[in-house]
Design a protein around this ligand. Sequence first.
Ligand code: ADP
Ligand code: ZN
Length: 294
Amino acid sequence: MRIGAIEAGGTKIVCGIGNENGEIEDRFSFPTEGSERTLDHIIAYFLDKGVEAIGIGTFGPINIDPASELYGYVTTTPKPGWSGYPFLGTLKKAFDVPFGWDTDVNAAAYGEAVWGAAKGLDSCVYYTIGTGIGVGVYAEGKLVHGLVHPEGGHMLTRRHPEDEFEGICPYHEDCLEGMAAGPALEKRWNMKGSELPLEHPAWAMEAYYIGQAVTGAILMLSPKKIILGGGVMQQKQLLPMIRTEVQNNLKGYVSSDAITTNIQEYIVSPGLGNNAGLCGALALGWAAAKNRIS
Ligand code: ADP
Ligand code: ZN
């Protein structure tokens, strides 16, 4: 089956073609511009591709409530030209195929559950720690949507005792994203995250905040796997530091070997690596195709 996939990020859009085994056969990426121009590029890419379904994992906030008149819209983003834009509807007018539609992080969580680090499990939580922080939640074999969709990147945090940084979230200042996303690292330390040396205190502080969030996710959702992706997680020293923070926070209270002894297999990098986002969209497209067939 030829399935289309769209990974729509705030800075770039990746379009691709793949199959039901999670194999990407073609991909094309371009910068995210205004909504109409961007959609023109997406439509042009898929015109001669003969796809049988398309999955979209996108930046948000978006409307994912099928009962709503605004289903398929981008809602309140500050990104110029995107707020109130019918992203899904515009594509539906161009292609008569089933569509999957969800947040970029829910898509990534789903892709990881179908083909990646959480394969065979019925729950996982996926974090991206990049330009922003986003969280996708897969529980009891379904993506969690709820009232709007999970927004765990904006959870409130307990401040590190040595941290005087005010935070950069335009809504909450010192929420998780405001304290620990890539741009927060850069502003606090006056240096790009990728240039901060390995032994810099930035990393202990970063692990402190992410560890707090992951601890909360474990306590609230009891997921069977936690997956940490995004540009900041390219700092390989962070993952073991975050695992230690989580163990120190929980102090043995959650009595599972997955946390007390095998945490290196529990809090992990994306199994699909840099393809997590696009494969997630592909998995949404595949699910949409199967729904139409069944
Ligand atoms: P996006 O979130 O826009 O989809 P990324 O996940 O690549 O994109 O995240 C980009 C952010 O990650 C930027 O703030 C960048 O500074 C930061 N980043 C990228 N590479 C690294 C690195 N090696 N170490 C630390 N931070 C990084
Ligand atoms: Zn916030």
